[in-house]
Design a protein around this ligand. Structure first.
Ligand SMILES: [Zn+2]
Length: 258
């Protein structure tokens, strides 16, 4: 069984949700973690995972939504994080491409990291063109106390090692399959096996040969197949290793779904 550690099921058209989930399940995907983006979307996020037995939620504020943050918002988020299906806080981080001042992004990131530590929840991280600064803040906030997953990891092996020291697994997705991503393939070959997890990031960043299309949860299998080839693993081994890793970093007990 494969585990999709980052899939925006709440951003798919509602009429498609059940069909998309069923298609993914037929392709061997047995679990989904759905990250939050903005405060207005948290209710819909929770409804989506409630309707999907094998889905879990990670509510939080994406750096593009940093303007949503205030004391009320923090209180709401802390409340959501007490719900059984909310296993992580995400997706949070720094993004040098969005038009939100970096000082505000950093404040909101730090506040959410502290909330994650207070609640004992792992984090889902988003970093775009801000790796050095993100690592610095993660170290200062001692995020290794809760750990989590570095979503859409596209950094060097050295960056991966720094992340691993902070108890962060590296999530590999569609770009691993793109014919022009040589470095991603090299890094994926060299990563310690116990720190690799898989993600689609659907509906974005579709794998080869669907790169120009809207990404679909069922295509996690294409990413897993590519990783299996790079590592010399069978598909069954790839699923077993990456799913066990996701369950460990998200601290999913034997009895919790999925
Ligand atoms: Zn995302």
């Amino acid at each position: 069984m494969l585990f999709d550690s980052h899939v925006h099921l709440d951003c798919l058209p509602e009429v498609c949700l059940a069909d998309e989930v069923a298609a993914a399940q037929s392709a061997g995907v047995g679990g989904f973690l759905v990250p939050g983006i903005n405060r207005a979307g948290w209710d819909h996020l929770l409804t989506t995972v409630a309707r999907t037995p094998s889905a879990l939620a990670a509510p939080g504020l994406h750096p593009q939504s940093a303007h949503d943050w205030n004391a009320d918002c923090r209180r709401d988020l802390a409340g959501y994080l007490t719900q059984p299906k909310c296993v992580a806080l995400g997706e949070i981080g720094l993004d040098a491409v969005v038009e939100v001042p970096s000082a505000l992004q950093e404040t909101v990131l730090r506040d959410q990291l502290r909330l994650a530590v207070d609640c004992g929840k792992p984090v889902l991280l988003h970093g775009r063109r801000s790796t050095g600064r993100l690592l610095e803040i993660l170290r200062e906030e001692r995020i290794e106390r809760v750990g989590g997953i570095w979503h859409a990891f596209s950094g060097s092996l050295e960056t991966a090692q720094s992340a691993i020291r902070l108890n962060l697994a590296l999530a590999l997705g569609g770009p691993l399959t793109w014919p022009d991503s040589q470095r991603a393939a090299q890094v994926a070959r060299a990563l310690p096996a116990e720190w690799i997890v898989l993600e689609t990031d659907a509906p974005w960043r579709a794998p080869h040969p669907h790169r120009s299309e809207t990404n679909r949860p069922q295509w996690l299998g294409l990413i897993a197949t590519q990783l299996a080839e790079l590592r010399g693993w069978s598909l069954a081994e790839t699923a077993a290793i990456t799913t066990a890793n996701a369950r460990r970093v998200l601290r999913l007990g034997e009895d919790s779904a999925p």
